[in-house]
Design a protein around this ligand. Structure first.
Ligand code: SF4
Length: 317
């Protein structure tokens, strides 16, 4: 399935750049139901997953990034690994002062309505012209950035300076590094500031995990990390559902996925909700396609019945 980027609605067009900005970009987010200011800590576009459905535009640099990911130890991967290989270090560095200044500027522009004078945001309906969250997301796994702990502190500080306690802090993560000591310390701070961790779980078994997320880290480690996080912090689960070469996840695969969530709950983990979403933008692999609304509703009903968890569904439009 192919998409014409220009024909996508504003909620579906999420470039991780904004005119002249390096680290912060505004999106009208379906999940946030308003404006989310994305914080991109991955100027190298490094990720330790290579999800088949990834909707990050890696363009020309994709082959180089994939080579870097393939040769990076998944346990220790850090943006530094890639930065060291790059001749232009400035282009790779996260400048926290720039980040804080951009976040402050875009937050103010959203609050006073200036943002909606920009052509791309001019048709946003009034109910969505609300600043909902600051979200670590962007072009790769945010916790890979060596400055992640300092960036957490900066987000908390910017929100405090703006006097906007209702603006949520969100970390969108693939769970690979949630138990590393420096990340735990940062996320304790994040949690104390009412931050929410939205962690990816795309599979219920190692085989599907390998085929969907194409990561070298063992699947069991991902589940352990999510269990650790769910016992310690506020956690939501995000799961991508789609068809590949015309095949949607089988009932047996989805049952395994529900079982993993039940195991996390049985072990004492607290999961606030689950978010099932399908493809809304251009995926990494051309044979990946969105599911229909009916298919999504079917998975949601099963998930609710099998786990008792609240389920939010995000369709392809
Ligand atoms: S974890 Fe996120 S950024 Fe990384 S490949 Fe998967 S979808 Fe893309």
């Amino acid at each position: 399935m192919t998409f014409n980027v220009k024909s996508l609605a504003s909620t579906q067009f999420h470039p991780s750049w904004f005119e002249g900005y390096r680290h912060v970009y505004p999106v009208v987010s379906r999940r946030a139901n308003g404006v989310s200011l994305g914080v991109n800590l991955s100027p190298t576009k490094l990720c330790n997953f290579r999800c088949v459905y990834c909707q990050v535009e890696r363009g020309e640099g994709r082959a180089e990034i994939e080579r870097a990911v393939a040769t990076t130890d998944p346990e220790r991967a850090s943006s530094l690994d890639v930065i060291r290989r790059k001749p232009d270090l400035c282009a790779c560095r996260v400048d926290l002062d720039v980040l804080a200044a951009e976040l402050t500027r875009l937050a103010r522009a959203t609050l006073d309505g200036e943002l909606f004078r920009v052509e791309r945001f001019a048709d946003v309906e009034p109910s969505k012209r609300v600043l909902r969250d600051f979200a670590f997301s962007g072009d790769g796994e945010p916790t890979l950035a060596p400055q992640f702990p300092e960036a957490v502190a900066r987000l908390v500080e910017v929100r405090k300076n703006l006097n906007q306690d209702d603006v949520k802090l969100v970390l969108i993560t693939n769970a690979t590094r949630l138990t590393r000591p420096e990340i735990v310390e940062a996320l304790d701070q994040f949690n104390a500031a009412n931050g929410e961790i939205w962690t990816k779980l795309d599979a219920g078994d190692a085989e599907r995990f390998k085929s969907v997320d194409r990561a070298a880290i063992p699947f069991g480690r991902i589940v352990e990390n999510i269990e650790f996080a769910a016992k310690r912090w506020r956690v939501k689960i995000q799961t991508a559902l789609f068809s590949q070469r015309g095949a949607a996840p089988t009932a047996a695969e989805f049952e395994q996925y529900c079982r993993r969530l039940r195991e996390i709950l049985d072990a004492g983990g607290r999961i606030e909700s689950t978010q099932l979403y399908t493809i809304a933008r251009v995926p990494a692999e051309p044979d990946v396609a969105p599911l229909t609304d009916e298919e999504m509703d079917g998975y949601a009903a099963t998930l609710k019945r099998e786990t008792g968890l609240p389920v939010e569904v995000f369709y392809s439009r």
